[in-house]
Structure formats: structure tokens, C-alpha cells
Write a new protein. Structure first.
Length: 90
């Protein structure tokens, strides 16, 4: 007689969360090229690194989010240098 339910493998919520973070880093990095790159760039970088550390299945999106986050900060630095201001505007 068995009093407990049989063990069934559950999907790991940690990898599912990591997949969501990889997609979020990609989207935030992409948006950061247009607006708020000072804030969205570092957030995209952090989310990409955490999702890679947690073992995401979407490594390509995480790496793209990481690259776009770095590009956000590079665009900000170049625009600030060209306009000789602390911020940039079109």
C-alpha cells in the first residue's frame, strides 16, 4: 500500500525564470538603444548575466541582451562626447 503520490518530475522554476530574464534583457537592451540607455543598459547587462548564471536555455537571447546593454552604454558615451553635455538629445 502506497500512502504518498508517486514522484513526478516538475519543471525547474529556476530555469524558467532564467529564460524570462534572458528575453527581458534582450528587450530592455533593444529599447535602451532608443530611450533611457543610462538605466536600461545596466539592467539588461545584469539580467543577462544572472540568466546565464542560472543556466538559461535561451543563451542566444541572453548574449544578445548583454551585447545590447553594452551597446546602450557605448551609444550614450559617444553621444555625450559628440554633444559635449552630460546627457544627449536629438
Amino acid at each position: 500500500m502506497q500512502l504518498t503520490a508517486p514522484a513526478t518530475p516538475r519543471p525547474q522554476p529556476r530555469t524558467r525564470d532564467a529564460d524570462g530574464m534572458a528575453v527581458a534583457s534582450f528587450i530592455l537592451g533593444l529599447l535602451g538603444l532608443l530611450v533611457l540607455n543610462l538605466f536600461l543598459g545596466p539592467i539588461a547587462i545584469i539580467l543577462a548575466l544572472v540568466s546565464l548564471w542560472r543556466g538559461t536555455k535561451r543563451k542566444g537571447r541572453a548574449y544578445l541582451g548583454l551585447a545590447l546593454g553594452v551597446a546602450d552604454l557605448a551609444v550614450l558615451a559617444i553621444a555625450m562626447e559628440l554633444s559635449n553635455t552630460v546627457s544627449w538629445s536629438l
